[in-house]
Design a protein around this ligand. Structure first.
Ligand code: TRP
Ligand code: ZN
Length: 879
């Protein structure tokens, strides 16, 4: 494998293009075999462009069939065309129209980038660099143009013809063909272009904006699935209303369309006025979708809708700035969910995701800044760091500025940059200006990779009534960044008195302290509080106000006290996690746990369960031991996943075993026969009931398996049925294989439910799982090119089955590496994504580490890989 340094793209090399394309007029002639694309591009040289500067357009697997400028065909000597670019050697130094024609074969496009077919429907995916697979173009986000798209297609195969913006013409075209013309008045980068042609059903609705404009809404889907789109439509209308209320942002076109397709590389795409969705993030009905699916649909519908302002109206200057739209839009969708549901529960689940997905990335071989400064393959930077850490950075900004200050900055951002392609610097500048503060050091969050460790140690001096917190921050080196700067950490905190009530202080020094927040901007500080009447218990990093790993000198007693008394729900939850973590680490280290400590934790869980002030959704989250992956990360080196798994299982039985009666009681009381409703309260009730069932089964409580089998058989919705199945499969009870078989045949007709079966099958933590996965992959009817199926089966295995993926004999690593090699030929994005599962390898114990390394090295020496996969592999193996 070559290490293609020549392919590396650097932020420092950014330069505007010498030419701009201001208008695009596309003509698609779609037939069942080929699609002919004619493009009329209005091109203008920039003022300072020197005569004779060539115009270089991007292409990807294109072949040019004709070319002209202002209607006159070009001589062969006037241009150079290959599959990856089109160069006009000496374009006119004035405005001109470049006319090209290419012929595409969407049917054979398995990468799912550019124009492809999914279930017979023609559709496009252009972000980030897919438009160049449709026509030669300046495929970079800083070129904004108005687009017009004409489509001609067979009426029978494609009665529905959609593109961005407004429908301006349609009609018959003879020979069983028809046409439609769409125009988007808003200038946009090519990555936001979209087209759909197919035989689709739809549901329609409308939304009236705050200023009284009526927007026609539609969701298109495979015939027969219309009813399953109602929740998505409801979510869309609530998103539109929320963005007006919370950010003063109204929708800008008269039409907003969503299309659900079955073959899609990601979750969804925010194309202007024509969002395209992975159908798993649209379809929902109680029998086949879980509460998690409902919440996911609501969140992603909101996310893509919110991009209309943060991403589309204001876009990115270059792909290094991806976080400008993604981090900000994730922050916005998180706030939406928090406002629609429970803020505390949302915060805890987001932190769980951040720690499970982003922290391992930030602490492993693929670590990169939220705004990277180099890449070889931009598709590999749609990461948890860009999305989730990006959202955390925006959240810290909001914490530092307060709600009003943050809103002032956002207002200025929209006012100043609407219609532009801009940068992280411009984003930070509006907040600095609107709030008259300096954000220079804060910017380091975007530039520096790695998760900081924050160490806090407190002490109290009764004689002087002073209370001191010593704080230290440190970030370990990451690939390419050997030294690190101190970051600005907003550390929300509270001091809690012996009776559980908040304690005040008369003065604070040593760091900026305001709004119940310490702002640490140096490597170390000693914050001294005066006038503190008693020794307090410290509640630090409330609401997880900064994305760091926190170490404190709190005792187990302090933590159990906080679990009961902290007014901050996040820290109540965190305190229980910390107690569980300490016990797990102790046992993994070889020391038997102390029975009294196990009993106290059990008691705290029992109190949590019995509380009549905490809500069910919170309880469901709180009644947990830290996940295996979380324990592994905390240990950090020489990790043995099997030992973690076994010890955690034993600890679970020891802690929850004595609570079996109370749990079973509560389980019984949480039953009800109300029809399924997706609201937060019903969702919380089911979450708690299913959490209890899972704990009962996992801790081998008497009668638990029968209870699960009964719930499985009686379930009236997918949430309850899948929870029972997952509990039995996870514990691999005697009934588990039969239940899995039943589930598969019961839902054989629904591919999205098959995904759930695949994921449960791939998660079973015992021997035999690899054989079972391979058997499924070998079934002739298994759809080998569908990303949802492949991710459910293989990505789930690589990401969430550490005992089998990281088997000491290397069989799990070899299986995944072989899979990556095969699938790389079909869909490089899916292959590269699955390969990232290997990022845990450096922290494993030596035997497993060597096994992983040899599987990776073999993949590397085994022939040509896509740039996507080669990039991940090279970074994974670099040391
Ligand atoms: N912009 C999309 C989002 O965050 C992400 C996305 C959708 C994407 N499809 C893609 C990224 C294909 C890369 C490739 O909502
Ligand atoms: Zn997004």
């Amino acid at each position: 494998m070559r290490t293609e340094t020549e392919h590396t793209i650097y932020l420092k090399d950014y330069a505007p293009s010498p030419y701009r394309i201001t208008a695009v007029d596309l003509d698609f002639k779609i037939t069942s075999e080929t699609t002919r694309v004619q493009a009329l591009l209005t091109v203008e040289p920039r003022e300072d462009t020197a005569p004779g500067t060539p115009l270089v357009l991007d292409g990807d697997e294109l072949s040019l069939s004709s070319i002209a400028i202002d209607g006159a065909p070009l001589m062969l000597s006037a241009y150079v065309a290959d599959s990856n670019s089109l160069t006009i050697t000496e374009p006119p130094l004035r405005r001109f129209v470049l006319e090209t024609e290419v012929v595409l074969r969407p049917e054979g496009n398995t990468s799912l980038m550019g124009l492809y077919r999914s279930g017979g429907t023609w559709c496009t995916q252009c972000e980030p660099e897919g438009f160049r697979r449709i026509t030669y173009y300046l495929d970079r986000p800083d070129n904004l143009a108005v687009f017009k798209a004409r489509m001609t297609a067979p009426l029978e195969l494609a009665p529905v013809l959609l593109a961005n913006g407004n429908l301006v013409d349609k009609g018959e075209a003879g020979d069983g063909m028809h046409y439609a013309v769409w125009e988007d008045p808003f200038p946009k980068p090519a990555y936001l272009f979209a087209l759909v042609a197919g035989d689709l059903g739809s549901i329609t609705d409308s939304f009236t904006t705050a200023s009284g404009r009526r927007v026609a809404l539609a969701i298109y889907c495979a015939h027969g699935k219309e009813e399953q789109c109602l929740w998505a439509m409801d979510s869309l209308k609530r998103s539109m209303a929320w963005d007006e209320r919370r950010f003063g942002r109204e929708y800008d076109l008269d039409i907003f369309n969503i299309v659900a397709v079955s073959d899609f590389n990601f979750g969804a795409m925010e194309n202007k006025g024509l969002n395209i969705f992975n159908d798993k993030l649209v379809f929902a009905q109680p029998e086949t979708a879980t509460d998690g699916d409902y919440e996911g649909i609501e969140r992603v519908i909101a996310h893509e809708y919110f991009h209309n302002w943060t991403g589309n109206r204001i876009t990115c200057r270059d792909w290094f700035q991806l976080c400008l739209k993604e981090g900000l839009t994730v922050y916005r969708d998180q706030e939406f969910t928090s406002d629609e549901r429970s803020r505390a529960v949302k915060r805890i689940s987001d932190v769980v995701t951040l720690r499970a997905a982003q922290f391992p990335e930030d602490g492993g071989p693929l670590a990169h800044p939220a705004r990277p400064d180099q890449y070889r393959e931009i598709n590999n930077f749609y990461t948890a760091t860009v999305y989730e850490k990006g959202a955390e950075i925006v959240r810290m900004l909001a914490t530092l500025l307060g709600e009003a200050g943050f809103r002032k900055g956002m207002d200025l951002y929209f006012e100043r940059h609407d219609g532009e392609a801009t940068t992280i610097e411009a984003f930070l500048a509006v907040f600095a200006e609107a709030n008259d503060i300096d954000l220079e050091q804060f910017k380091t969050w975007y530039l520096q990779a790695g998760t900081p460790r924050l160490v806090a140690e407190d002490s109290y001096d009764a004689a002087s009534q002073t209370y001191t917190i010593k704080l230290k921050q440190e970030t370990k080196p990451t690939p390419g960044q050997p030294t690190k700067q101190p970051l600005v950490l907003p550390i929300k905190f509270g001091l809690i008195g012996p009776n559980g009530s908040p304690m005040g202080w008369s003065g604070a020094s040593g760091a900026e302290v305001r709004d119940e927040m310490i702002i640490l901007d140096s490597a170390e500080a000693e914050v001294i509080f005066t006038g503190v009447a008693n020794k307090p218990v410290l509640s630090l990093l409330r609401g997880f106000s900064a994305p760091v790993n926190l170490d404190t000198n709190l005792t187990q007693e302090n933590r159990l006290f906080l679990a009961q008394h902290d007014s901050d729900p996040f820290n109540r939850w965190q305190s229980l996690q910390d107690v569980g973590m300490a016990l797990a680490l102790q046992a993994i280290g070889g020391k038997p746990w102390d029975d009294a400590a196990v009993k106290s934790l059990g008691g705290a869980f029992a109190d949590t369960l019995a509380s009549d002030t905490l809500d069910d959704a919170f309880k469901a989250l709180a009644l947990s031991l830290p996940a295996e992956s979380q324990i592994a990360r905390t240990i950090g080196r020489d990790v043995d996943p099997s030992r973690i798994h076994d010890v955690r299982d034993q600890l679970l039985a020891a802690v929850f075993g004595p609570l079996a009666m109370a749990m079973q009681d509560a389980y019984g009381r949480l039953d009800d026969d109300a029809p399924y409703a997706p609201d937060a309260a019903s969702n919380g009730r089911r979450a708690l009931r299913n959490k209890l069932l899972g704990l009962l089964v996992a801790s081998k409580a008497p009668g638990a398996e029968a209870l699960a089998a009964e719930q499985y058989a009686q379930a009236r919705n997918m949430t309850d049925r899948l929870a029972a199945l997952a509990a039995m499969a996870g514990a691999w009870t005697a009934d588990a294989p039969a239940l899995l078989a039943d589930f598969r045949s019961r839902f054989a007709a629904d591919p999205l439910v098959l995904d759930k079966w695949l994921a449960v099958t791939a998660s079973v933590p015992g021997d035999g799982v690899i054989d079972r996965i391979q058997a499924v992959l070998a079934e002739p009817s298994f759809p080998k090119a569908n990303p949802n199926r492949l991710r459910s089966l293989v990505a789930t295995f690589a990401m969430s089955n550490p005992t089998q993926f990281a088997r000491p004999d290397g069989a799990g690593f070899r299986f995944v590496a072989d899979f990556v090699r095969d699938i790389d030929l079909i869909n490089p994005q899916v292959a590269a994504r699955v390969l990232t599962g290997f990022r845990i390898w450096p922290m494993l114990e030596s035997g497993r580490r060597e096994a992983a390394k040899s599987a990776l090295s073999e993949l590397q020496s085994g022939g040509t890989l896509s740039r996507n996969t080669a990039d991940i592999l090279t970074r994974m193996l670099a040391e």
